[in-house]
Write a protein that binds this ligand. Structure first.
Ligand code: CTP
Length: 329
């Protein structure tokens, strides 16, 4: 246990499958108990044994976990039941977990030992979101298409919403750092939803644009289960020091524009003093029939950069994975 003046080190473990804002929120609360947060992530074998198999691999879950603003270190293969030995091994004073009881396959409280040792602190569970629920929503939304075609055919539209972030919540999740005169300011427009919008040509384009914009107010500011987004933002970090994103919140993001305009105008570039607009290769291929290229102005000003995230993960992949193995979940 820490002595006076020493940093309080916190341990927070879990499966963290398909990271969602409930996970981000427990990590935010965990960090507030101390100053250094170690996040432990269980192996896929342990999760399969105690809860059923995860959708994402250990590497993917660890990568997403590490991208959360409040996490200082990630430990992989953390044991499913948290022991005093584990806390001591990583020099942690307390373990934080939300108040719900997590049972092992044997029906034992996975935190019983550290509770008895007085090394347990609890956070508030975020209502209305869970991995099981997300999987259920994906399955019911796409299963018909999948059964017919053995893969999903249409681009996944945002249907998983529900966090309804308030201004208070957005403030909690923001870095609150203002850009200064030495920053190189980058703007990255995008839905950045786990179920991001990929407008297709087969429906009325003005409807699509409206939908694209309205999602900016309703979709999760911190839905981070798309590892492609994390890789993409990480790559963008190399091109500037202050990143403004249409809608996203993790350690690579400094500010968020709400209701970002679809077309990036010269006024907009001036308003935020943007030096460079980055877009990914997938976003670059977005074409809306009959509408103007949204990147026309940054292109004209020589301020557009296409960034390769080096990651081929797509939301379509994720859904196909879930549907392929759905009997297991
Ligand atoms: N958690 C939370 N709020 C949620 C979901 C999860 O606070 N809505 C917390 C869990 O209580 C735990 C941590 O996030 O402290 C990691 O959870 P995890 O082991 O991944 O599993 P679950 O609690 O089962 O989360 P989910 O139902 O989403 O799988």
């Amino acid at each position: 246990i820490q002595t006076e003046g020493e940093a309080v080190r916190i341990w927070c473990d879990g499966c963290f499958d398909m990271m969602h804002y409930g996970h981000a929120n427990v990590l935010r609360q965990a960090k507030s108990f101390g100053s250094f947060l170690i996040a432990g992530v269980h192996s896929s074998e342990e999760i399969a044994k105690n809860k059923g198999p995860p959708v994402l691999t250990l590497d993917e879950r660890a990568k997403l976990l590490g991208s959360v603003r409040w996490v200082d270190q990630v430990v992989i293969n953390a044991p499913y039941s948290t022991s005093v030995k584990t806390l001591d091994k990583f020099g942690c004073d307390f373990c934080v977990h939300s108040e719900d009881i997590a049972l092992t396959a044997e029906g034992v409280d996975a935190y019983a030992e550290i509770k008895a040792a007085g090394r347990y602190r609890f956070s508030k569970r975020t209502p209305g979101v869970s991995t099981t629920d997300l999987i259920g929503r994906i399955a019911s939304r796409f299963v018909e298409d999948y059964n017919k075609n053995s893969q999903i055919k249409e681009s996944p539209w945002t249907t998983m919403g529900g966090s309804c972030p308030t201004s208070q919540i957005i403030a909690l999740f923001s870095s609150l750092r203002e850009a200064n005169s030495t920053d190189k300011i980058i703007y990255v427009p995008g839905a950045f939803d786990c179920f991001r919008i990929l407008p297709t040509v087969d429906t009325n384009h003005s409807e699509k644009i409206k939908y694209f914009q309205s999602t900016l107010t309703v979709i999760r500011y911190y839905a981070i289960s798309d590892i492609g987004h994390v890789n993409f933002l990480e790559s963008i970090r190399k091109h500037g020091s202050y990143i403004i994103v249409g809608l996203y919140s993790d350690e690579y993001v400094d500010n968020i524009v709400i209701d970002a305009p679809y077309n990036i105008t010269s006024n907009f570039l001036e308003r935020f003093q943007i030096d460079l607009v980055c877009c990914g290769q997938a976003a670059n291929s977005i074409k809306i029939n009959g509408t103007e290229d949204p990147y026309k102005e940054p292109k004209r000003q020589g301020k557009l950069k296409i960034v390769d995230s080096g990651c081929s993960f797509t939301v379509e992949n994720l859904i196909n994975r879930i549907l392929k193995d759905r009997k297991l979940y």
